[in-house]
Design a protein around this ligand. Structure first.
Ligand code: NAG
Ligand code: NAG
Ligand code: NAG
Ligand code: NAG
Ligand code: CU
Length: 669
């Protein structure tokens, strides 16, 4: 009884911390509110009173204030904030329009037609929903389903972006593929292979139809993942547990501002990028002040090319953030499962195609994680007559969002550690994209299959996931440099030592963008963003270093069309001078893009990056060779990287951290 009462108190405490958008005042970086979306809609619609075609809103998000304006507000938070502005992309009469809308003064600042050849804006959920329903009133499709002796009411269809393969002009179209749900919710394991439709997205009409292969739809058996549909035996068995924080959470949420332990930062949300971390600063106990670390960080793009070049599959080269929207595809988090019992939740909003706000409840969760890891420790036995053991358990703060892009689920974590580290984590889970085949055993496979036979008639196709992060580090100030501390082997040649070799550090400051294009894993190097204008007491450069994880480089040839569009993955690390309009590594308009507006093309200008406001771009990658454990649903595959202070503090910033007191369990054995 005691336990459940405690838990109730606990939940009440947390619901108190749930952000309520109507009551808090704006921070200039707060995402647009429902009433601001409505205002954008009203102002934009008013400026197009009688369009021939319906105006659609493809993208509405905060047009963040210029950096100097924000900094001057931050230094005087009581002063008037910079004007709230929205950046809007609409489709009207088969053209993309870019608008800037001033919400404070209620007018349209600018409206221009995008005339470039470089693709189309984010796809809306609404147009994809309509497109997915078109096959069900299309006679040839209904006939194809009948010919396969399938039940039409057990067929569902979804949308797949079609890429670009060298054509001069690309229409705004999308592929529709269909799946069978009779006997299992796991539709992705049961494609109607060979059937596909092409839909014009501006007209929402079927423009092409194919029924090319007659392959078996894989069986439902073994594909279910719902617990309610499983049959014994169950296992492995896991014991129950509880999280008790009798003093409440250690963090505070004020609007979208979070403060916890020695950190403070802002959590925003964008329909394309998902969560945006801004203004992350860490308190320096010795200096008695907060110091800047990260001005802005978010997922800029996710490139997922599949490796089957045949007619039905070659086009599957997705850019999930810019085509489908990480924020738009965010899902409500399940309390006690996606996030632990001590999590607080923040709702998010984006605009639907007609401009009206859509709410995602519990889109982001924030919680303290007691991982069982050790923050630091030492046991000293060399002092005669005594043994000293000092251990500090690690506690960190996690900001989490989950986005589900069709079959795949991505768990995006930002972890803040009292030691000053920011760990960025990504978990890949969900369901593979498979193709149906005649094979039931690998011994039958004589030709190239482009994947792994996971079950009867089911091939998990090889593919990659490349996540590119935008990291505008402002290490102790805006003017930073990028330094490669190369570890180089030295020979001892003068007989001064019995050793023949050692390694040392040779530092190289990147002067221009080309000095900072790095393929990791080729030579040992520490990559550091430093503030060249500040030094520690002993004279070292104040910095934050990038500790890479899960490195994968592209394996497609660089002249292949998907790789031209995804050229921002050609290097794991790039550094550019800050430019407000360079946010999306694959370009503003990546659906059907031709690769003219990417990190790879911007950096051809080879701009100076020394002692400037710079942006670090990091790509983590996974080459995914599907295996049977990924069937019928994939256990989370994790990757990540770390930003870690290096000579940022004068000494260990968690030396004087007291370990949290233990709370005795209240549950009965
Ligand atoms: C425009 O929107 C209206 C109302 O939603 C709808 O009835 C009409 O079919 C749409 N027209 C076009 C051309 O899409
Ligand atoms: C087709 O599926 C629907 C919905 O599950 C079901 O009600 C119907 O009986 C099925 N028809 C046939 C012929 O199996
Ligand atoms: C910012 O970037 C855009 C796109 O690369 C470019 O067109 C523009 O000239 C840049 N602005 C400055 C000030 O460099
Ligand atoms: C927790 O339990 C231990 C062992 O039963 C006891 O020694 C300790 O005093 C308890 N601590 C608190 C805070 O109740
Ligand atoms: Cu994968």
């Amino acid at each position: 009884m005691a336990a459940s009462t405690l838990k109730l108190v606990f939940f009440l405490l947390f619901s108190f911390f749930t952000f309520s958008p109507t009551t808090s005042s704006h921070h200039p970086l707060d995402p647009l509110t429902p009433s601001e979306f409505k205002l954008v809609r009203t102002l934009v619609k008013k400026s197009y009173p009688s369009p021939k075609h319906n105006l659609t809103f493809q993208y509405i998000s905060l047009d963040e204030p210029d950096k100097p304006a924000l900094h001057s507000w931050l230094s005087k938070p009581k002063s008037k904030p910079p004007p709230r502005r929205a950046f809007v992309i609409t489709r009207l009469n088969r053209q993309s329009h870019e608008l800037v809308v001033d919400l404070s003064n209620r007018y349209i600042v600018s409206d221009k037609v995008y005339n470039g050849n470089d693709g189309y804006p984010l796809l809306t959920l609404d147009e994809q929903t309509v497109a997915s329903e078109l096959p069900f009133s299309y006679k040839p499709f209904i006939d194809s389903v009948k010919k396969r002796r399938l039940n039409l009411s057990e067929v569902v269809c979804t949308t797949f972006s079609v890429g670009w393969f060298g054509e001069e002009h690309s229409e705004r179209v999308i592929k529709i593929l269909c799946f069978y749900i009779e006997g299992s919710a796991n539709l992705y394991m049961r494609p109607l292979e060979g059937v596909s439709l092409l839909v014009d997205l501006d007209e929402l009409k079927i423009v092409e139809y194919y029924d090319r292969a007659r392959l078996p739809v894989p069986k439902a058996e073994g594909t279910e993942y719902r617990l309610s549909k499983q049959k014994p035996a169950f296992g492995p068995r896991l014991n129950r547990f509880a999280i008790d924080q009798p003093d409440g959470p250690g963090f505070k949420i004020n609007g979208h501002k979070i403060s916890w332990a020695n950190w403070e930062f802002h959590v925003g949300f964008d329909v394309r990028a998902g969560p945006i971390i801004s203004l992350a600063s860490i308190y320096d106990l010795e200096k008695g002040t907060y110091r800047q670390v990260l001005y802005r960080g978010f997922v800029s793009e996710l490139f997922v090319p599949y490796m089957d070049p045949t007619e039905e599959w070659y086009y599957k080269t997705f850019f999930d953030a810019g085509e489908f929207g990480f924020g738009q595809s965010a899902v409500p988090l399940e309390p006690l499962a996606d996030c632990p019992a001590n999590a607080a939740f923040i709702d998010a909003y984006f605009a639907g195609e007609d401009g009206t706000p859509v709410k995602i409840s519990n889109a982001i969760c924030i919680f303290e994680q007691h991982s069982g890891s050790v923050l630091w420790r030492h046991t000293e036995i060399a002092i005669p007559g005594e043994v000293i053991t000092e251990v500090r358990p690690e506690v960190s703060l996690i900001v989490r969002m989950v986005t589900t892009i069709g079959n795949y689920d991505y768990i995006l974590d930002w972890e803040f550690k009292p030691s000053g580290s920011i760990k960025i984590g990504v978990g890949l889970t969900g369901i593979l994209e498979v193709k149906a085949a005649d094979y039931t055993h690998t011994s039958q496979i004589k030709e190239e299959a482009y994947g792994t036979l996971l079950a009867k008639n089911t091939i998990g196709v090889y593919h990659d996931h490349f996540l590119t992060y935008y990291l505008d580090l402002d290490v102790d100030g805006e003017a930073n440099s990028f330094v490669k501390n190369n570890l180089v082997t030295k020979r001892v040649t003068d007989k001064s030592s019995l050793r023949k070799s050692y390694w040392t550090v040779e530092s190289e400051t990147a002067k221009t963008e080309s000095d900072a294009k790095i393929q990791l894993g080729l030579k040992p190097s520490e990559l550091v963003v430093v503030n060249p204008n500040k030094k520690t007491k002993p004279g070292n450069n104040i910095g934050y270093r990038l500790i890479p994880g899960s490195i994968s480089n592209p394996l497609l040839s660089s002249d292949d069309f998907p790789q031209i569009r995804g050229a921002f993955t050609n290097y794991n690390v790039w550094v550019t001078p800050y430019n407000k309009s360079e946010k999306w590594a694959g370009g503003q308009y990546i659906d059907r893009s031709h690769g003219d507006d990417t990190l790879a093309t911007w950096t051809l200008r080879n701009r100076g990056i020394e002692n400037k406001d710079i942006v670090l771009w990091y790509t983590m990658g996974f080459h995914h060779v599907p295996c049977q454990e990924d069937f019928p649903i994939m256990p989370t595959l994790s990757g990540g990287f770390e930003l870690r202070p290096t000579n940022f503090f004068e000494s260990n910033p968690v030396l004087k951290t007291k370990p949290p007191n233990h709370v005795n369990s209240t549950s009965k054995p």
